[in-house]
Design a protein around this ligand. Structure first.
Ligand code: CO
Ligand code: CO
Ligand code: CO
Length: 346
C-alpha cells in the first residue's frame, strides 16, 4: 500500500504552528526561571534555549515537530529532522544528540510508514553528525514528527536574535516560497519542478551556513520558519532594538512563487503572520502585494537570516555560494531604531 501523508492533513510543516500573536498571549503566563547559567531564555524568542555548563561549554536545547509537508514518509522524516536541527545551527551551535518525538495513527496507517518516517529522520540526523538516542511515541491522528536536539556551543560564541547591529547587512541563505508552492501543489497549480526544489531545500541542513557564521564571528541570526521572513526579522529587530529594512525585490524566490500568488495561492498562515507584523511594520506605498505576502509566507526548514558587518558580506556570500547555498543574497540592512521595527520596500 502506497501511503500519501498529505491526504491526512489540511496544513503541514511549520505552517501548523499556533499564530505568533496567540503564542505571545499565553507565553506571558509562563514563569521564567532565574538561574545565572541560563544564557538564552524565551525573552528574546530565540531559536533555542542555551544553558551554561562551564566556562568552555554551554548546551543549546530545542524542539520542533509538525504534521506532514509531503506525501512520502521517508522524505517527511528527513524534512522534519533537518528543520529541528536547524535551530541549533541558527544559534551557532554544533548539534550532538537528539530524541525522536512521534505521534502516529497506528489504526489508520501501516506501521511501515512509521518506520519510514523514523528512518528518514535518522538519515538526516546522521548527515548532521547527530546521534538519536531515544524518543517518545503517542498514538494520535494526524501523524506528527520531529526531534528534541541538544547541541554544544562556547558560552561566548552564541548567535542570537539580539545580536543585530545598525550597519549590518541582512543575508538570507535559502530562497523562500515553500508555503506558496505547497499550497499550489494541493490545488494542482505548482509544477513538479518547483515542488521537488521545495523538498530539496527543506531537506538541506543549515550546517554550512552555521560554519560560515562561526568563521566570521557573526552575532545576530535566526532561521526562517513558520512566521515567515517578515515575522522572524521582526523578532530579531525587537530583541536587538533596531529597525530592519528589507528590499523585497531582492529576496530570492523558489521558481513560480510570484506567479502562484497572482493566481491566489496564499496559505492562511501568511495572513496570520501579516496580522502579527502589521503594527510594527512600515510599508512604502509602492510595495507590491505579492512581495508583501511572500515575505509573510510560512517556511518549513527555511534558510538562515544573518546580520553581517558590511566589510565581510562579500566573503560570506562567496563562501555560502560555494557550500550549497547558491542563491544566498543580501536582502536588507539593519539601521538605528526608527518608528517601526520593520521597513519593507520594493
Ligand atoms: Co528557529
Ligand atoms: Co524551531
Ligand atoms: Co517517554
Amino acid at each position: 500500500m502506497k501511503v500519501d501523508l498529505l491526504q491526512m492533513v489540511e496544513t503541514g510543516g511549520c505552517s501548523s504552528k499556533i499564530s505568533p500573536r496567540q503564542l505571545e498571549e499565553f507565553l506571558k503566563y509562563l514563569p521564567v526561571p532565574h538561574d545565572p547559567n541560563i544564557l538564552v531564555n524565551i525573552d528574546t524568542h530565540d531559536d533555542a534555549g542555551v544553558y551554561r555548563v562551564n566556562d568552555e561549554l554551554a548546551l543549546v536545547f530545542t524542539t520542533d515537530f509538525f504534521p506532514p509537508v509531503c506525501s512520502d514518509p521517508f522524505e517527511f522524516g528527513q524534512i522534519a529532522a533537518a528543520n529541528s536541527i536547524s535551530d541549533v545551527y541558527a544559534m551557532g551551535g554544533t548539534p550532538v544528540i537528539a530524541l525522536n518525538i512521534m505521534m502516529f495513527p497506528s489504526s489508520s496507517l501501516p506501521l511501515e510508514a512509521c518506520a519510514e518516517i523514523l528512518k528518514g529522520g535518522a538519515d538526516i540526523a546522521s548527515e548532521a553528525g547527530v546521534r538519536i538516542i531515544g524518543g517518545h511515541t503517542i498514538d494520535d491522528f494526524p501523524p506528527k514528527y520531529g526531534l528534541a536536539v541538544v547541541g554544544y556551543i562556547h558560552p561566548e560564541k552564541i548567535i542570537t536574535n539580539s545580536g543585530a547591529k545598525p550597519g549590518d547587512l541582512l543575508i538570507l541563505t535559502k530562497p523562500i516560497g515553500i508555503g506558496v508552492i505547497l499550497a499550489g501543489q494541493r490545488m494542482k497549480m505548482s509544477s513538479e519542478k518547483d515542488v521537488n526544489l521545495a523538498k530539496k531545500l527543506m531537506k538541506t541542513l543549515n550546517y554550512s551556513g552555521a560554519e560560515v557564521m562561526k568563521k566570521y564571528n557573526i552575532k545576530g541570526a535566526t532561521d526562517v520558519t513558520g512566521y515567515g521572513l517578515a515575522g522572524h526579522a521582526l523578532k530579531m529587530a525587537r530583541a536587538s532594538n533596531v529597525t530592519i529594512e528589507m528590499y523585497l525585490g531582492k529576496v530570492p524566490l523558489i521558481g513560480d512563487t510570484y506567479r502562484l500568488v497572482d493566481d491566489g495561492c496564499i496559505p492562511g498562515a501568511a495572513f496570520r503572520n501579516l496580522e502579527f507584523v502589521e503594527n510594527d511594520s512600515h510599508l512604502t506605498m509602492d510595495v507590491r502585494y505579492n512581495l508583501k505576502m511572500i515575505c509573510m509566507d510560512a517556511q518549513t526548514s527555511g534558510g538562515l537570516l544573518m546580520c553581517v558587518p558590511p566589510e565581510v558580506s562579500e566573503n560570506i556570500l562567496s563562501d555560502l555560494h560555494k557550500t550549497g547555498f547558491p542563491r544566498s543574497a543580501v536582502i536588507g540592512r539593519v539601521i538605528e531604531k526608527k518608528e517601526k521595527y520593520l521597513n519593507l520596500e520594493n
